[in-house]
Design a protein around this ligand. Structure first.
Ligand SMILES: [Ca+2]
Ligand SMILES: [Ca+2]
Ligand SMILES: [Ca+2]
Length: 330
């Protein structure tokens, strides 16, 4: 249930202040959020897409000439978003299921607002406790991070999805495979584990890369009142006043960061034009609208070698504090 945004816009006026309006990245991100609200608006009593649409669209009425070159990318993106808004259909990438628990990647799962749904894991089975969940990377020398684009192939079978990128972002540097598994537990409760394996396409040069995973939990029934604490180094526990709990762990990650949803949240800083390094700050958090990310820093992958990075997120059950090595080289 996408109750987050209506509350966000009511109590989050600070994030809409004029001073924040100059960032094309933040505007595009808000447009993406808006798009998904449109996708889910039928399920959000009281949501008023019209008023929000005017607010979001306002800076674009000034036109690209006044906004500078950096705005052009967002204007193009806006055209894409507008096309999606007009399509009237919501294409899902796929769903994996185990008993009542299921994890879905909606249409916009491989962009700068990587949507995800995680339902069937709380007493109200329709409650969706996940807003966004996605991977980002920064190759050594890059001036910023990048999200993983739509995979070359996607397979969803039972409780497991397998995504393959034969050449991530067509840079000729590395391929990738993500395997995600959803596990149902009693309670109800459930957990998703994602393993991202990066393979260096060069037979002669090491690949030095930073890997990020971003997670925006919206613990229901209300998104904007989540609290979070540090359980262990890169393992985070969340609570909602209604009783639902969450956990997020980056196994053997080097750092985490937690920030409230808004102009400096993790989805925004991992998509802006600057290098971002997580500094394990932001906990304890809340109550507020939680966003978070994990970082594996400066990973060196040998020529033709591979390395794997693992995250888990869970609702109403624990993540498994895996002690297995997350890094391996073939
Ligand atoms: Ca909450
Ligand atoms: Ca950044
Ligand atoms: Ca959140």
């Amino acid at each position: 249930m996408r109750e987050k945004r209506p509350a966000e816009y009511q109590n989050g006026e600070a994030s809409w202040r004029p001073g924040a309006a100059g960032s094309p990245e933040s505007w595009f991100r808000r447009l993406s959020v808006y798009r998904r609200h449109r996708e889910g608006s039928a399920f959000v009593p009281g949501f008023k897409p019209g008023s929000l649409g005017r607010r979001v669209a306002a800076p674009f009425r000034r036109g690209p000439d006044q906004l500078g070159n950096t705005m052009l990318r967002s204007v193009r993106a806006f055209a894409t978003v507008t096309a999606l808004l007009g399509s009237g259909s919501v294409l899902a990438q796929g769903t994996i299921t185990d008993g009542a628990a299921n994890f879905t990647r909606p249409a916009s799962s491989f962009d700068n607002s990587p949507a995800g749904n995680f339902v069937g894991v709380s007493a109200t089975a329709t409650q969706d406790h996940l807003f966004e969940s996605g991977w980002y990377f920064r190759v050594s020398g890059d001036a910023r991070e990048f999200f993983f684009p739509v995979p070359a192939t996607q397979n969803y079978a039972g409780n497991t999805s397998t995504l393959d990128w034969t050449d991530v972002s067509a840079r000729g540097l590395f391929s990738a495979r993500e395997i995600a598994v959803v596990t149902n537990f009693n309670g109800p409760s459930g957990r998703v584990e994602k393993t991202m394996t990066i393979t260096n396409l060069s037979q002669s040069n090491p690949l030095v890369i930073d890997i990020f995973h971003m997670l925006d939990f919206d613990i229901q029934p209300t998104a904007g009142n989540d609290s979070a604490v540090q359980i262990s180094t890169t393992r985070i526990g969340l609570t909602d006043p209604g009783g639902v709990t969450g956990e997020y762990v980056g196994i053997s990650a080097d750092a985490y960061m937690v920030r409230p949803f808004g102009a400096t949240d993790l989805g925004t800083v991992l998509d802006d034009a600057a290098v971002t390094n997580l500094d394990s700050s932001g906990l304890p958090f809340g109550p507020g609208d939680f966003t978070s990310a994990m970082q594996w820093s400066n990973q060196t992958i040998a020529p033709s070698g591979s390395a794997s990075f693992v995250i888990q997120f869970a609702i109403n059950t624990a993540t498994v504090p895996v002690t297995l090595q997350s890094f391996s080289v073939d």
